[in-house]
Write a protein that binds this ligand. Sequence first.
Ligand code: GDP
Length: 528
Amino acid sequence: MTAGGTVANSVAGEAGRRRTFAVISHPDAGKSTLTEALALHARVIGEAGAVHGKAGRKSVVSDWMEMEQARGISITSAALQFEYGDHVINLLDTPGHADFSEDTYRVLAAVDCAVMLLDAAKGLEPQTLKLFDVCRHRGIPVITFINKWDRPGLHALDLCDQLEERIGLRATPLNWPVGEAGHFTGLLDRRSGDMMTFERAPGGARISAEHRLTPDEAAAAHGDEWQAAVEEAELLDEYDEASFLAGKTTPMLFGAAVSNIGVARLLDVLVQLAPPPAARPDVDGTPHDLDQPFSGLVFKVQAGMDKAHRDRVAFVRVCSGRFERGSVVTHAATGRPFATKYAQAIFGRDRDTVDVAYPGDIVGLVNASALRPGDTLHAKEASVEFPPMPSFAPENFSVCRARDTSKSKQFRKGIEQLAHEGVVQVLRSDLRGDAAPILAAVGPLQFEVAAHRLEHEFGAAVTLERLPYTLARRTRADDRATLDAEHDVEVANRGDGAVLALFSDKWRLNSVQRRHPDLLLEPLVAGA
Ligand code: GDP
C-alpha cells in the first residue's frame, strides 16, 4: 500500500473487526474450559462456515488435542488469537489461581471488554469481585456468562439480584434458562422468543448441535418449565447499548462450557455487542486516533526464570496504526529506539513470528529488558505517551534480606530493578533500614519470583519473612507519629513518595480509624 489514505482505511477496517477481551473469574469457575470451547467453536465454525448439527468428530478431536497442547503454554503466554467469521478475536489470559498477581490486573489495561464468568452454584466470588472492581474503574464493559447450568445451582433471578445488590450491576439477560440449574432443558432466546435446545457434547470434544423450537413447539414439549421461563423473562430488563458501554448494565448469558452449551452465542454476542478497539486517551487525556502511525502499550513483562536466558518478553497491545515486524520504534520513556525484529505471536495458530498487527492485537517483543509495564512504544514520526500503569493495592508483605551481607550491593541493585519493573512494590522504613526492605505484592507468588531473580540474576540469595499485614492504606507523613504509637501497625515509604500504613486486617484498620477520626487512611484502589 502506498497512499497514506489507503493505509489509514485499512487500519480502521482491521481494528473494526477485532474484539479484544479477557475472562474474569474465580478459580474453578471454568475459564480454561470456556477458553478452549471458544477456540474450538471459532475454528469449527470458521471451517464449516456455519454450525450444522454434528461436526465431523475426527477432525474436531485433533483440534482438541492441539488446544490441549496450547493450554500447556497458556500459563506463560498472554493471548490467544483466532478468527471467527469475519472477525479476529484476541482473548487475553488473566493469570489466576496461585499466580494471581499484579499481572492479572494489568491485563485489563489491554482489553476493550471483559467476560465475567460465574459458576451458577457460587455466583460472585472474591477473585471475580476484585477483577470486576478494576473493570469498573477503567470503564470496561462486562458481559456475564453463567456457567455450569447443567448442575444444580442458584436460581437465575437470584443471580441477577446478586449482581445488582452486591456490585450495582444490572443484568440484561439475552437468553434465559428453561428449567432450573441442574434440570436444564434449553434456553429461551429473548430476541426471537424461540427456545434453543442442545445436544450435549460429552466432554466438550465437539460443538453441541443446536435446535430451534418455536414458542408453540416449546410449550408443547416443555409445558410448565417453558411457561415459567416465559413469565420470568417478561420481568427482565432489556439490553441497552449505552448503559452496557458505560458499565452500568451487563448482557447476561447462560450455558455450560464443558458441554459447549451457550458458547456459540457468547461468540456472537462478543462480535455483535463488544466494542472494537477505540482511540486510546494519551497522558493528557486526548484520544489518540486508531489511524495514527503505530503506537502500543506494554502491559506485561515476563522474565525468563532461567538464568542462562535472560529472555525478557514484553507484551504490547497495539493501540494505533499498523505494527510491522522489523520496524524500529521509539520507547517513549527514554526516547531510545527499540528494534522489533524479534516480534512473536504469542500462541494460537502461528506461534513463531508475527509480521503485522493492528489495534487490539497483542505482540510479544523479546530482548525487552528496557521495557516495563505501562510503557509506550510509538513510531518515530508520531510521538505519543499513554498514562502509566497504576500500582495496585498489595495484600501480601514480606521482609527481604540478603543471606550474605557482603552481597548488599547486588541485593540493592536487584531490589531496585524489581521495583522498577513492577514485579513487587518496595517499601522502606527507618525502623528496618535499607538492608531489610518490605516487599509488597498482590499475590504471594510474586515473592518467589522476586527471590528467584535476586539469587539467579543478581547474585544475591535472600531470605523472606512474611509479615502479618493484609491491608495497606495511603497516609500522610504528619500522621506517622499517631500510627507509630499503635501496635500491629507499621508505616513505610514507597519509592514514588507514597506513605503507606500497613494493617493486619480491616477490623484493626477500623478500630484505629475510629479512635483517630482525623487520620488520613485512604484506600489504594485497584486500578486507580
Ligand atoms: P478454571 O480454574 O476457571 O480455569 O476452571 P476449569 O476450566 O479448569 O474448570 C474447573 C472445573 O469445572 C473442571 O473440572 C471443569 O471440567 C468443570 N467445568 C467447567 N465448565 C463446566 C460446566 O459447564 N459444567 C460442569 N458441570 N462443569 C464444568
